[in-house]
Design a protein around this ligand. Structure first.
Ligand SMILES: C[S@@+](CC[C@H](N)C(=O)[O-])C[C@H]1O[C@@H](n2cnc3c(N)ncnc32)[C@H](O)[C@@H]1O
Length: 244
């Protein structure tokens, strides 16, 4: 898997942030877990084109730095910062090699950890996040739902998602996502499976306490809408939280 696979799909990925599950499940679950972030210093690891970096700043974070390995994603993020300055800062780096200048109150990692590809690199990601946090600070993010990995091809087509994985996922196995945007354009990317036990061990070894999977929760404005029943019964993605 290419380290910069997002260079080729950056614009399509940016469009996918308009899919309804992004707003009503992903974004809602994240901000519900974060609570009040006004005045916090935040590091957004695997920030992509800055979708959450900007929202974190708009929600009142005092400073937000986004880090991503894809030069194209960072270029899109910086372009949006130039067009509509919010004071977000961006760095192009492998999150595993990132050395923050000071400590932060909160690290956000939306879809970083499943790019580790090995238990060693997962531990490096988490060690960087832990070192960046002040004592008591939190790491909150989203991940491929490793509690319920795809066995073969599983479709959530009404949400724009198809996932394909091996019959029996083993460490490092590719999990392929195919997203279809509102305009009908589809694109693919791969992440890597690691077992829930590998995640639990890596969080512990990195020094985190209170690691837990959060599941997903639905925007109250959509509650009672049966459109979401299948997503909530079998979520393809999952949130998590941990504390330093
Ligand atoms: C699914 S996108 C998520 C982007 C953003 N967090 C969001 O939710 O919109 C995953 C991002 O992880 C980045 N990424 C993958 N491996 C990385 C690594 N080792 N270090 C930093 N970023 C990485 C990719 O370039 C991509 O932008």
């Amino acid at each position: 898997m290419s380290v910069a696979q997002y260079d080729a799909i950056a614009a399509a990925y940016q469009d996918s942030k308009q899919l309804p599950f992004r707003r009503h499940v992903e974004r809602h679950t994240l901000f519900e877990a974060l609570g009040d972030i006004r005045g916090l210093r935040v590091l957004d690891l695997a920030c992509g084109e800055g979708f959450y970096t900007r929202l974190l700043r708009i929600a009142g974070a005092a400073e937000v730095t986004g880090v991503d390995i894809s030069g194209e994603m960072i270029r899109l993020a910086e372009r949006q910062e130039r067009e509509n300055p919010l004071g977000c800062r961006y760095v192009c780096s492998d999150a595993a090699d990132y050395r923050p200048e000071g400590t932060v109150d909160l690290v956000v990692a939306m879809y970083l950890l499943h790019y580790a590809g090995s238990a060693d690199k997962l531990l490096r990601f988490l060690t960087v996040a832990h070192a960046a946090l002040r004592p008591g600070g939190r790491l909150v993010g989203f991940n491929d739902n490793v509690l319920n990995p795809p066995r073969g091809t599983v479709s959530w087509s009404k949400y724009g998602i198809v996932k394909t994985g091996p019959a029996v996922p083993t460490a490092g196995a590719p999990i392929r996502y195919r997203l279809t945007n509102a305009d009908g354009a589809s694109f693919e990317f791969d992440n890597c499976y690691e077992s829930p036990e590998t995640y639990r061990r890596a969080f512990g070894e990195a020094g985190f306490r209170e690691f837990r999977w959060l599941g997903v929760s639905l925007d109250p404005a959509e509650r009672g809408n049966p459109f979401w029943d299948d997503f909530l019964a079998n979520p393809p993605v999952i949130g998590f939280t941990a504390s330093r």
